[in-house]
Each structure stands twice: as structure tokens, then as C-alpha cells.
Design a binder for this molecule. Structure first.
Ligand SMILES: [Zn+2]
Length: 142
């Protein structure tokens, strides 16, 4: 990762892949177009192209922002859990059992997943928000 992030000087040749030749070729630098890109010409096929400096920094930033998005998703979910947790502080959590019929927003205590809040109720299933994820659980089983 110790690349020098400067363009080769104009009129100098450097070895890089040529799409036309489909192999690495020497390319002559014709002109610098920006600080990070140059017009270059293949010495064999004379194909001209724009050479861009590898953006090591940009790749690192992208990886970082992907992590950031995952964290945001996680935070959004945890946020809902925490808001519900706060709002329901006063009510007792009902121990979870598949035989019990639950209602929306009910606070439950699951033996394995811990404290959760009923988000959505179906006939035989409920979606429950736990601290790290939403789970679908069976309920109302007679
Ligand atoms: Zn070429």
C-alpha cells in the first residue's frame, strides 16, 4: 500500500495492461489531463486511453462507508428496541410460552433471546423485536 500517488512524467513510458492488445504493454504518456489522470498511448497498437491513478484512499473510504451503513441499520433497529424498552419500563415482561396468545406491543421475556417486544401479531406467529434482531415466534398454540 506504499504507492506513490503521482503520474508518470509526460513522454515517459510505463508498463500497464492494454485492452486492445489484451496484454501488458508499454504506454507513452501523452499529457496529464488532471492531477490523477493522463492520456496515454499504447506503443504497440497506438490505442489511446485515459490512465487513472489507483485510488487507494478511495477504496479504503468505500470499505469504511460499507461498514458505516451496516452500523446505521443496526442502530436503527437497536433504536426501536430501546425506545420500546424505555416506554414499557413500567410493565412487567410476560414469560414467553407458545401456548400464550400475545398482543401487539406486549413485553415478553424469552428464555433464550431475552427481553423482547411484540411488533406484529399473526394467527399462530408473532414478530418480536429482541435486542439484536427481530424474530418470528410461534404463539397461541392450543
Ligand atoms: Zn495496445
Amino acid at each position: 500500500m506504499n504507492q506513490t500517488l503521482t503520474l508518470p512524467p509526460v513522454a515517459q513510458s510505463f508498463y500497464i495492461f492494454c485492452k486492445k492488445c489484451d496484454i501488458d504493454r508499454y504506454h507513452r504518456v501523452l499529457a496529464h489531463t488532471t492531477e490523477t489522470s493522463a492520456k496515454i498511448e499504447c506503443e504497440v497498437c497506438n490505442g489511446r486511453k485515459t490512465y487513472n491513478l489507483p485510488k487507494a484512499g478511495a477504496a479504503a473510504r468505500k470499505a469504511k462507508s460499507d461498514v458505516g451503513r451496516a452500523a446505521v441499520r443496526k442502530t436503527a433497529h437497536t433504536g426501536e428496541y430501546e425506545v420500546r424498552n424505555k416506554n414499557k419500563m413500567s410493565t412487567e415482561a410476560t414469560p414467553f410460552s407458545v401456548r400464550t396468545k400475545y398482543v401487539e406491543n406486549q413485553k415478553i421475556m424469552h428464555p433464550k433471546f431475552g427481553l423482547g417486544f411484540v411488533q406484529k401479531v399473526y394467527n399462530e406467529k408473532i414478530d418480536v423485536i429482541f435486542s439484536d434482531e427481530v424474530k418470528s415466534l410461534v404463539h397461541n398454540r392450543q
